[in-house]
Design a protein around this ligand. Structure first.
Ligand code: GMT
Length: 374
């Protein structure tokens, strides 16, 4: 198939999922055309059958805000014509789904179906805002196929948007050959001494990720045992997190890594992953850690319980309950047998439920259904 994929190219789960999906599909013989305003994060290596089309925006003095949705629709249409695309697959509904709707209409009478994958905040935060709700609901209804990355997100979408159409749950996935427990030497010595444990946090540092709680939990851990905290990523709450770390005297122990591409190399040095978010529709960072054999301690919110069985692969704790989160983390970090069991269970759970090899064919089947239904 010849597939156009659109996502936000910035640091965030939806862009990562879209990029990995494109790479996996290309490896399976499909021609993939990414259409976005910048090369998506994690798409650094040139790969066969992968193409990138930049969305150019005319910046006219009259425009306070250049109309990205229109520029994107135009580029989707042009790429569909020039590259004979079979379909579009957009990740994150706003505004990608609306642009795809326009591109489909522009191309008539030729058929250009589009699939929308909902990732979370496109429904739960942004989409729910009254200024976006009607158009988000419209573009979901108009999509030729809609998927959600968890049952939780499907159910919220159906309830809050009152959509009657089918939404298929296709969960997020991880390449289990790339994300796997460390074999041989790791980068651990760069960050921690032999007697120190390594805790990791990976996110886009948005308020919903609760960076101050990450620091607070780590500070409670650090009071009990020698440990280092690796913070991977960047975003609006980085300065707040750095300030919290300074206030707690953790400047040397909390290591801010910024945006990183080879996150698997960093996950491989960790003993535990912290994800204290207020909401996660899936929790891709936890899954990536699990695939590397890193037990997660996460908030029990949204779709996270569909990924992690509490007490088996890690722990689920009420959001903002930093004391319980620290206690659970210490339970794992101070008990090598418990750590080993959970690390093994985490890897097994990723392998059995969330490997790319299991999930990608679900998307292929959906594409085939959408193409046949026209
Ligand atoms: O978390 C965000 O800031 C937005 C969004 C994104 O684009 O990264 O994240 C959502 O999509 C991820 C990938 O499907 C999920 O793993 C995250 O749980 C989800 N975030 C929320 O629901 C808050």
């Amino acid at each position: 198939m010849r597939i156009g994929i659109t996502c936000y190219p910035t640091y965030g789960g939806s862009g990562v999922v879209a990029t990995e999906l494109g790479l996996e599909l290309a490896a399976r013989g499909h021609e993939i055309h990414f259409i976005s305003y910048a090369v998506p994060v994690r798409m650094s290596e040139a790969a066969e059958r992968i193409h990138f089309h930049e969305v150019d925006m005319l910046n006219y003095p009259l425009f306070d805000h250049p109309p990205y949705a229109l520029a994107l629709a135009t580029q989707m249409h042009n790429v569909a014509v020039n590259e004979s695309l079979d379909l579009l697959h957009v990740h994150y509904a706003i505004p990608h789904s609306v642009s795809a709707y326009l591109a489909r209409a522009m191309l008539k009478p030729r058929r250009l179906p589009f699939v929308t994958t909902l990732h979370g905040t496109d429904v739960t935060l942004v989409g729910m805002d009254r200024s976006y709700l009607p158009i988000t609901r419209f573009s979901i209804e108009e999509s030729d196929g809609v998927t959600a990355i968890s049952k939780y997100l499907r159910d919220v979408t159906m309830k809050e948007f009152q959509v009657a159409r089918e939404i298929e749950v296709i969960s997020n996935f991880v390449n289990c050959d790339v994300f796997q427990p460390a074999v041989g030497r790791t980068r651990r010595a760069e960050f921690a001494k032999d007697n120190e444990k390594v805790v990791v946090h990976l996110s886009n540092f948005r308020p919903v990720k609760r960076l101050p709680d990450v620091i607070e939990v780590f500070s409670l851990i650090r009071k009990q045992i020698p440990a280092k905290l690796l913070l991977i990523g960047d975003g609006p709450d980085r300065a707040t997190a750095e300030w919290c770390a300074r206030e707690k005297g953790l400047t040397r122990d909390a290591i801010f890594m910024g945006k990183q591409n080879q996150v698997q190399d960093l996950l491989n040095v960790a003993d535990l992953l912290l994800l204290p978010s207020d909401l996660e529709s899936f929790g891709l960072a936890a899954l990536e850690g699990m695939a590397c054999g890193v037990p997660p301690v996460c908030s029990k919110v949204g779709g996270v319980p569909e990924v992690i069985n509490d007490g088996v692969e890690g722990f689920l704790v009420p959001a903002r309950d930093v004391k319980t989160m620290a206690a659970r983390a210490l339970e794992i970090l101070t008990n090598p047998e418990r750590h080993k069991q959970m690390a093994g269970a985490a890897r097994r759970r990723a392998l059995s439920h969330f490997c790319a090899s299991k999930i990608i064919p679900m998307y292929e089947r959906l594409y085939e259904r959408v193409l046949q239904s026209g």
